[in-house]
Each structure stands twice: as structure tokens, then as C-alpha cells.
Design a protein around this ligand. Structure first.
Ligand code: DAH
Length: 325
């Protein structure tokens, strides 16, 4: 009997847990070819009285099924929604994921350490422009015009007499011009030369210092630089001063440190400021004396961290940079 089947179906619907099964049951009963749909269609051939009576009954069953199915569908939809909400629930007690933090670039780091060290030793920190004039980069530093020493630096010219400074020594005269001795200055920044290989980059960094007073001496220079290298590389580092040549210092020296495998490595240039340079800065070279020094920060960072290829510093390789955290 169809009434039993319908009752049976209504109780089956109550126990369903899946929307798919519910849909199958709906199609089975109420779909185009469903049992009730067919039964209702077959009424057409019945005599009018019977059609009315049976029609009423079948429509009641249909209503019963529709309500049971609709009720179940709402229940299952709600259950699905609850499950999703449960899954997506924010657990406020969970520990936070660690945010990615950057770190200072090794060259910046060594630069800051050194500026701090020299500041603590009485040096005033100053800055100079990266785009310089030939005058401050060469002429005022006693590089004669057309002298081969200008070719020691392969220069990037910008336009006219402008160039990218080839060393931070260009800051010397600028700062000496508006000061009266005694003074001591330190500067650091980007420098540029047409050069690129394992130990040279077209853009590199230098630290530059100078001290001018009535009593400045070469032994003070030696003492200061030895102290600075011991600060950086450890108190037992061996330091050697070797005679050298720079147009803007006389006498001039290069400073080496001894590596772990016994090799001497050049780390600094220095000397007593040439009288011509002092004169150019309106400082009387008879009354005052000065010393100056310059160091490559990239080279210092390479030696400190055992980096063999200077290009790693500008590679942007996160793996390389992370070791300095
Ligand atoms: N400017 C030199 C260079 O780039 C380094 C240097 C040497 C700086 C001697 C100085 C100095 O101040 O006195 O190679």
C-alpha cells in the first residue's frame, strides 16, 4: 500500500544524514518520473468521484513528503554550516606565528659599529655628497691635472666636471673649509669605480677619518688605527704599517693585518695630510698638522665574516643574508 510506503519514507527521511540521499529520495517520490508524480498522473483515467477522493489522498501524501524533505534539508544545511563554522573558528589561545624579521646588512652593521667606535674616540660624524666635483674628488686632494694618479681610479663621470666620488676622501676638504683646528671627523658612505670582480664592485663603501691639530703626529695615527683594528678583529690581531703613496698624504702608508693562515691583508690607507691639502682648505700647514685614513667597509666585512666573493653582498640572496642575523 502506498500509504505504508509513504509513512515508511517519512521515518527514513528523519534518520538521514546526507543531502545526497535526501535528494535521491525526493527524486524517487516527487521527481518527474517519481512514484507519487506517476500515481497522480494515472488518476486522469479514473471516474470523477474516485479521482477526487484518490487525488485528495495522494496530494496529502505529497504534502507530507514535501514537508518532511524540506524540514530535513534545513536541518542538514544547518548542520553543514555549523561544521564549517566550527572548522573556521578562530582559536585565540593559539600561539602566534612568528613574523619574518629582517636584519641589518653586514656592511651597514660594520659601518655603524665603526662610526660608533670613532664617535666614542672624539670623532664627529659628517656626511658628503655621492655626486662630487672633480675639484673635491681630485684637485683639492693634490691630484695634479692629467697626472696618472687620477687614473688609479677608474671614474664614472656624470656630466661636465661632475662625477661619482671614487673615495670618501672627497669629504675632507668640504669639511675642513668650514672648520678651524683642532677637529676630528669621521665619514662613511658609498663610493664608485669602474670595476667588477670577486673583490671589487662598481659601488662599494668606505670609511674615512681625519684629525687636525697643532700636535697631531704619525704615532697618534698608528696608535689609533692599531686600536681600531684590535677592536674589530680581536686584541691579538697583528698589524703592519707599510710605506705607500697617496697624493693627499705625505708620508703615506697602507695597513695590513695578518690572517689566520699567516697572510698579510691590506685593510687601510693612511698618512699625514699633505701640506698642499691643508693649504687648499685654508689651514696653515706650518702651524697645523693632520692625519687621515680610509678603509673599505666591504673588505672589512668580508674579512670579518669570511666572505670570499664581494658580489654576495649585493646578490639579494636571503640565505646568504640570514647568516648575519
Ligand atoms: N682614498 C684612498 C683610497 O680610496 C684611501 C685613503 C688613503 C684615504 C689614505 C685616506 C688616506 O684618507 O689618508 O684608496
Amino acid at each position: 500500500m502506498i500509504v505504508d510506503q509513504v509513512n515508511d519514507t517519512v521515518s527514513r527521511i528523519a534518520g538521514l544524514t546526507s543531502i545526497d540521499e535526501l535528494e535521491q529520495l525526493r527524486i524517487h517520490w516527487l521527481g518527474k518520473k517519481g512514484q507519487l508524480t506517476q500515481a497522480l498522473k494515472s488518476l486522469a483515467s479514473l471516474p470523477i468521484e474516485e479521482k477526487k477522493e484518490q487525488g485528495n489522498r495522494l496530494n496529502q501524501y505529497k504534502q507530507l513528503l514535501i514537508e518532511a524533505i524540506e524540514h530535513k534539508r534545513q536541518e542538514l544545511d544547518q548542520r553543514q554550516l555549523d561544521a564549517i563554522l566550527h572548522q573556521q573558528k578562530v582559536d585565540v589561545t593559539r600561539p602566534p606565528r612568528h613574523a619574518l624579521t629582517g636584519s641589518q646588512h653586514p656592511i651597514h652593521h660594520v659601518s655603524e659599529r665603526l662610526i660608533k667606535w670613532f664617535s666614542e674616540h672624539g670623532f664627529e660624524y659628517v656626511l658628503g655628497p655621492e655626486v662630487e666635483t672633480e675639484y673635491y674628488n681630485f684637485t683639492a686632494l693634490n691630484f695634479p691635472d692629467d697626472h696618472p694618479s687620477r687614473q688609479m681610479h677608474d671614474t664614472f663621470y656624470v656630466e661636465g666636471d661632475r662625477l661619482l666620488r671614487t673615495h670618501t676622501s672627497s669629504v675632507q676638504i668640504r669639511c675642513m673649509h668650514n672648520r678651524q683646528p683642532p677637529f676630528s671627523l669621521i665619514t662613511a658612505g658609498k663610493t664608485f669605480r669602474v670595476d667588477s670582480d670577486r673583490t671589487h664592485l662598481p659601488m662599494f663603501h668606505q670609511l674615512e677619518g681625519m684629525l687636525v691639530s697643532e700636535s697631531t703626529s704619525y704615532s697618534q695615527l698608528k696608535g689609533l688605527l692599531s686600536g681600531f683594528l684590535k677592536y674589530l678583529f680581536g686584541s691579538d690581531v697583528e698589524v703592519r704599517f707599510r710605506p705607500s703613496y697617496f697624493p693627499f698624504t705625505e708620508p703615506s702608508a697602507e695597513v695590513d693585518i695578518k690572517s689566520h693562515d699567516g697572510q698579510w691583508l691590506e685593510v687601510l690607507g693612511c698618512g699625514m695630510i699633505h701640506p698642499n691639502v691643508l693649504t687648499e682648505a685654508n689651514i696653515d700647514p706650518v702651524k697645523f698638522r693632520g692625519f687621515a685614513f680610509g678603509a673599505g667597509l666591504d673588505r672589512l666585512a668580508m674579512l670579518l665574516h669570511g666572505v670570499s666573493d664581494i658580489r654576495s653582498f649585493v646578490s639579494g640572496d636571503i640565505g646568504f643574508l640570514e647568516q648575519f642575523k
